[in-house]
Write a new protein. Structure first.
Length: 231
């Protein structure tokens, strides 16, 4: 069953936002004396959003029974009898020769959670208009803010999944396509279809990248041995 959240308050996800990543990586601040300045910018953007409703957070997440077969994870429908799709993953050629599918049982159906969050097209459009108006610094602030809010929303949903499954905080790994353990971005299309991403206005382009850009898709494996690794 998939849960749809059509309104996720910004205030609910801000505690999950990594300000260090926002300030240093997204906004490009360096050194040791930028905290006060960045905090003021951060507070201003939050205040502006409260007035203009730039960010419109939405989310989908759901639980499916799965089995593994070789390098694939087989996803079943709610009856647990019909196969919906197969997610395919590469395997390490050296070392432990790990594959993401190894973390899902091949014998007994295992719960895998799938999630999708977005800040909404309006947030992307707002940042783009700032760029087109030559307001490059404001564009940088908003584009970075939108990206980190999307990530914070993903962590918020991940936290909810852990609580609903009654998992300890250290259990469960959130994988996203396009990263080291599962780099095949085209597999993400199956996740979007599974969650019916169009319900919250999310799609993928011909390169399998998410639209709106500030959206995040992932799946959560609860196996104690699940971990990130590099191919």
């Amino acid at each position: 069953m998939v849960t749809q959240i059509d309104y996720l308050p910004l205030s609910a996800v801000l505690p999950f936002l990594d300000r260090k990543t926002l300030y240093r990586f997204q906004w490009g601040y360096a050194g040791d004396n930028f905290q006060k300045e960045c905090d003021a910018i951060f507070d201003r953007l939050v205040s502006e959003d409260r007035k203009q409703h730039v960010i419109r957070l939405k989310a989908l997440y759901g639980y499916y029974s799965c089995l593994s077969e070789g390098n694939e994870i087989i996803v079943f429908d709610p009856t647990e009898e019909k196969e919906i799709c197969r997610l395919r993953f590469p395997r390490q050629s050296t070392g432990e020769k790990l594959c993401v599918a190894d973390f899902v049982s091949a014998r007994e159906k295992t719960c895998v959670a799938f999630q999708l969050v977005t800040v909404g097209q309006q947030a992307s459009d707002y940042a783009r208009k700032l760029y087109e108006a030559d307001q490059y610094k404001e564009y940088l602030y908003w584009r970075g803010f939108n990206a980190e809010v999307a990530e914070a929303a993903a962590v918020f949903i991940f936290d909810r999944i852990q609580k609903e499954l009654k998992l300890p905080q250290e259990q469960g790994v959130r994988f996203s396509f396009g990263y080291s353990s599962c780099p095949n971005l085209e597999e993400q299309d199956k996740l979007l279809a599974l969650l019916e991403s169009e319900k919250i206005g999310v799609s993928a382009n011909d390169c399998h990248q998410l639209i709106p850009e500030e959206s995040t898709a992932a799946f959560v494996i609860i196996n104690h041995q699940a971990c990130y690794f590099v191919l």
